[in-house]
Write a protein that binds this ligand. Structure first.
Ligand code: HEC
Length: 132
């Protein structure tokens, strides 16, 4: 019984720790936090493949993402953020017609925090400390 409750405590710590850490340390890391969201939900249409690219928007590079979709430091003025929560089916990203699910609230919050953070750490050169 004793061992069991220790196991439960250990599990609880494992599960709870990332949350406590992220609350204390809100810094968003592009590779760890952002790239997986964009890659799972957006790169199929806004990634490196030119032939598949939609709306002339490329989100896998800093230049592409900040050309119009992202206003660095200003999530409320960023088209990219507006598109994630739009009530208009024609605006919503990823497009509901594509069969891809709307982003979770947590993913939207992560992207908002990333844009708000001001420094979009797309690469080692742009943001060396975040990669350490
Ligand atoms: C199945 C393909 C597809 C996927 C997946 C997709 N998009 Fe799009 N996206 C489009 C198309 C098509 C357009 C152009 C039409 C439009 O503006 O609605 C577009 C346009 C946009 C625009 C407006 C571009 C501009 O310059 O104004 C933004 C911002 C955008 N997408 C963000 C995203 C984000 C963020 C994701 C992932 C969460 C995503 N999209 C996933 C197809 C896709």
């Amino acid at each position: 019984m004793m061992i069991f409750s220790r196991l439960v405590l250990l599990l609880w710590l494992l599960v709870a720790c990332p949350f406590t850490l992220s609350a204390a340390e809100p810094k968003i890391d592009f590779n760890r936090d952002v790239r997986p969201i964009l890659s799972n939900n957006c790169f199929a249409c806004h990634g490196p493949d030119e032939k598949e690219r939609k709306g002339k928007l490329r989100l896998d590079t800093f230049a592409g993402a900040t050309a119009s979709a992202i206003k660095v430091g200003k999530p409320a003025e960023s088209e990219l953020i507006a598109r994630l929560t739009s009530g208009d089916e024609n605006e919503l990203m990823p497009p509901p017609k594509s069969g891809k699910k709307k982003l979770s609230q947590q993913d939207v919050a992560t992207l908002k925090a990333w844009v708000a953070q001001g420094q979009l750490c797309y690469s080692l050169e742009l943001c060396p400390s975040a990669e350490a």
